[in-house]
Write a protein that binds this ligand. Sequence first.
Ligand code: CO
Length: 133
Amino acid sequence: MFSKIDHLGIAVPDLDAALVLYEGGFALRVHHREILEDQGVEAVALEIGETTIELLRPIRDDSPIARFLADKGAGMHHIAYAVDDIEGALARLKAEGVRLVDETPRIGLAGSRIAFLHPKSTFGVLSELVQRG
Ligand code: CO
């Protein structure tokens, strides 16, 4: 069902400060930067081999990322798995009793289709499904 780790999401208070390390220090290439209004985030995607690091900062105080930063500070936010059929994967996981944050996919970075699984169902790790292309 999952073909690879699509990306790891890291919550940061300031993208440009984080890029000093991730782009400068770690020498990762930025391949996408976008504001997702409905999710209240600005995201930068950095390429690392077959996968991506996604840095996320809140664009307003009521966004989930802002609440995460207020509760826990900067750090690992979610793991994202690549799927070919996001509706099929959601239906299967739901049937297996996994609690879904998103019953239907929404639009993520670069036009991808995404859906989150509840961390209470995934041993504390907020998990995302991503279908690209
Ligand atoms: Co993500």
